[in-house]
Write a protein that binds this ligand. Structure first.
Ligand code: SAH
Length: 254
C-alpha cells in the first residue's frame, strides 16, 4: 500500500471560514477513515474547541496537526491543483467535475505536486473570489431541490472517492495461494496417478472407441492446475483403485 499512499499524502483538505467547530472535528474523522491526514483551516470561527475534539473522536491527531491560515490564497500558495467544492452551480467559468471525476484527477496531479480540495462555509459556501483561485469546481450531484450537504459529509464523499480511486490505481495484490498443510505432490507422484487414471478409464470403458489422448490431456491439465498434495493424490488413487476393482468384478460377471 505504500506506493499508493504517496499521492494521498500530497492532498490536503482546506476548510474555509468554518462556523461550527463540530464540523471541523467530523471532517477530520471523515478524512482519517479514508487515509487522508492533512487538514488546513482558513480563518475558522471557533477553533480549537471541545466540540471539534468530541466530533473528531480518534482523529484528534489531525486537529492537532492542522495548519492555520488567514486566507485561502495563503493556504493553497504552494499547490499545483486546487478544486473548490460547491453546493450549487455558480456562474463562474470553471470546469465542473463530479467527485468521481475529480478524485483520479487529484491523484494524477498529486503525482507531481501539492493538491488541495477546498470546502466553504456552512451558511454561504465559498465566495466567488475564492472559487477563482481554483482550477475546477466539484459538485456532488445531490437532489437539485436540496443540494447542500453538511460540510463534514461533503468532505466524506470526496475523501471516499479519493480512497476508491487510489485503491483502483494500486496494483492488485498478488494472489495468495490457499493455505495448504502439505506441499504439492511431486512430479513422480502425479505421473503415478495419471498412469492409474489412464488404466482406470480403459477399465471402465470411458473412451468408447475414441482416442484416449484427448481426454487424458484435459484431465492432466485439470489435475496439474489443482496442484494436489501427496495425501490428496493418495485419496484420488484410492478412488481409482475402487473403480478398477468394481470394473474387474463387473468384467468377471460378464
Ligand atoms: N449554503 C451553502 C452551502 C454550504 S455547505 C452554499 O450554498 O454554498 C458547506 C460546504 O460543503 C460547501 O461550501 C461545499 O464546500 C460543501 N458542499 C456541500 N454540499 C455540496 C455539494 N452538493 N457538492 C459539493 N460540495 C458540497
Amino acid at each position: 500500500m505504500e506506493s499508493a499512499a504517496v499521492p494521498a499524502s500530497r492532498i490536503r483538505i482546506v476548510l474555509v471560514g468554518t462556523q461550527h467547530p463540530g464540523n471541523i472535528g467530523a471532517a477530520a474523522r471523515a478524512m482519517k477513515t479514508m487515509g487522508l491526514s492533512r487538514l488546513s483551516l482558513v480563518a475558522p470561527q471557533r477553533f480549537p474547541h471541545p466540540d471539534a475534539e468530541a466530533m473528531a473522536a480518534g482523529a484528534a491527531d489531525l486537529l492537532a496537526g492542522a495548519e492555520r491560515h488567514e486566507t485561502l490564497a495563503e493556504a493553497v500558495a504552494d499547490c499545483r491543483w486546487v478544486a473548490g467544492c460547491t453546493a450549487r452551480d455558480r456562474r463562474i467559468a470553471l470546469e465542473q467535475l463530479t467527485p468521481r471525476e475529480a478524485a483520479p484527477r487529484a491523484l494524477a496531479q498529486a503525482a507531481d505536486g501539492e493538491v488541495a480540495l477546498v470546502f466553504g462555509r456552512e451558511r454561504t459556501g465559498l465566495e466567488n473570489h475564492e472559487l477563482q483561485l481554483c482550477h475546477a469546481a466539484v459538485h456532488i450531484p445531490a437532489n437539485p431541490e436540496y443540494s447542500s450537504l453538511n460540510l463534514a459529509q461533503a468532505v466524506q464523499v470526496l475523501a471516499y472517492e479519493l480512497r476508491v480511486a487510489q485503491l483502483e490505481r494500486a496494483p492488485p495484490p498478488a494472489p495468495v495461494p490457499a493455505a495448504r498443510a502439505e506441499p504439492p505432490a511431486s512430479h513422480a507422484e502425479m505421473e503415478g496417478f495419471f498412469g492409474q487414471l489412464a488404466d482406470t478409464l480403459d477399465a471402465i470403458d470411458f473412451h468408447k472407441g475414441r482416442t484416449p489422448e484427448a481426454a487424458m490431456h484435459k484431465l492432466r491439465r485439470l489435475f496439474l492446475r489443482a496442484q494436489p498434495d501427496a495425501r490428496e493424490v493418495r485419496l484420488l488413487r484410492g478412488v481409482l483403485a475402487d473403480a478398477q476393482r468394481m470394473a474387474r468384478l463387473a468384467g468377471g460377471e460378464d
